[in-house]
Design a protein around this ligand. Structure first.
Ligand code: T4K
Length: 371
């Protein structure tokens, strides 16, 4: 059998380029606690993302917890059930109550009309996800948040490098949380960041991620440890130099899939949004009823030939034991999300995916057997 193909493969720059950065760390012996690489990486990201305030974190989930912890929130948070489990867990672990609202059938992002219906006097915030890197309806969500006096936080774990309406997508909202996990479009092995709309929020996040410490003798809040180490920050600096090349390589893969699979009976591709420069982080397919087989049969068929597509984000978060008893988790209240998780399949996409391997995947999907 041919080599396995996984849903993603992290981009790694030439090792020789990283060694000199490691030598710097070895000689300085500064390993963590906002050292020089941490500061340089924050500065470079501010420039790249066109934002004023950013705080690096150890991973994307803690970035989201830090974002939620930076604001004076209590009560209910309206959020999507169609995401990775970190989104809802971060809300719950912050002592807040997740309230699910359905998603739009067009892009599987939270539907502002459903959000408005879910708002009660106890709602304090909206946590929306730019799912697969496709922008939420940022204007409608901002208007809603303003009208109801709510905080607007984006889980932008998939959105690094996306530009929307002339701005970097993670710059929308009061706060956005990024993930730099190995499986993400931009990785620092593990890592993340919060983009803050104000210096005060950035300061609150900097404190929270450092145990709530303000100075050597002042501990002003109950924080945690979510600091990014120097090794991850140095690696991020290097990764940034290669990022545009990675996006171009991903664009090639995305185009080839779209050319080969658009118009195949029973397959629906999610279109790139208008006024958007995508990051091509995922390639989601919806396997409709009139396709030659079901989504799960397709998933198994591909696995048989060594292609490991993934059903992101199955199961739906409103259907897992931790959340299924919430009143907002009722399946009839979330028809679009419940239907989508039964149909979704994410095909492999990453910079080093060869055309040969991609053709194997396409042939497997279309049903011409192993390529
Ligand atoms: N919000 C959203 C919307 C998210 O999607 C995520 C994370 C978060 C928040 C939280 O961010 P972090 O705290 O993770 O920074 C993965 C990732 O672990 C997770 O980061 C990601 N979302 C989620 C969508 O996917 P798995 O369980 O699917 O990963 P895994 O280990 O099965 O990896 C998938 C494939 O990638 C493997 O088959 C092979 C390849 N791979 C993976 C790793 C880890 C590699 O080639 N090298 C690697 O090091 O969850």
């Amino acid at each position: 059998m041919s080599d396995p193909i996984y849903v993603t493969q992290p981009f790694l720059p030439p090792l020789s380029e990283f060694v000199s950065l490691l030598e710097t760390i070895w000689s300085s012996k500064i390993l963590t606690n906002q050292g020089p690489f941490h500061q340089q990486f924050e500065a470079r990201l501010r420039g790249y993302l066109g934002v004023e305030h950013i705080s690096l974190t150890a991973n994307g989930m803690l970035a989201l917890e830090a974002a939620l912890g930076a604001l004076p929130l209590s009560g209910e948070v309206v959020t999507t059930p169609y995401s990775f489990v970190a989104t809802t867990h971060a809300i719950r672990r912050s002592g807040l109550e997740p309230v699910f609202a359905d998603v739009s059938p067009v892009d599987l992002n939270i539907d502002p009309i459903a959000v408005e219906r879910a708002i009660t006097p106890r709602t304090c915030a909206i946590v929306a996800v730019h799912c697969y890197g496709n922008p939420c309806d940022v204007d409608a969500l901002e208007a809603l948040a303003k009208r109801h006096g709510l905080a607007l936080i984006y889980d932008a774990a998939h959105a690094f490098g996306v530009r929307h309406k002339g701005r970097s997508l993670p710059s929308f909202g009061d706060l956005s949380a990024l993930s730099f996990h190995a499986t993400k479009v931009f990785n620092t092995f593990e890592g993340g960041a919060v983009i803050a709309g104000s210096a005060d929020n950035k300061a609150a996040i900097d404190r929270l991620k450092n145990f709530g410490i303000t100075s050597e003798t002042t501990i002003s809040s109950v924080g945690f440890n979510a600091k990014m180490s120097e090794i991850n920050a140095a690696f991020g600096l290097l990764q940034l130099e290669h990022f545009e090349t990675c996006i171009q390589l991903r664009r090639r893969v995305d185009r080839h899939y779209r050319e080969a699979l658009s118009g195949v009976k029973g397959l629906r591709l999610i279109a790139h949004a208008a006024d958007t420069e995508p990051n091509y982080s995922y390639f989601p397919l919806l396997v409709e009823e009139d396709f030659r087989c079901s989504r799960d049969e397709l998933y198994e068929e591909l696995k048989q030939v060594g292609i490991y597509a993934r059903r992101y984000f199955y199961p739906l978060l409103s259907n897992i034991p931790s959340y299924q008893d919430l009143p907002s988790a009722r399946q009839d209240e979330l028809p679009v999300a419940n239907a989508a998780v039964e149909r979704i399949l994410c095909l492999p996409i990453y910079p080093s995916l060869s055309t040969h391997d991609q053709d194997r995947i396409i042939e497997g999907v279309i049903g011409r057997g192993p390529g």
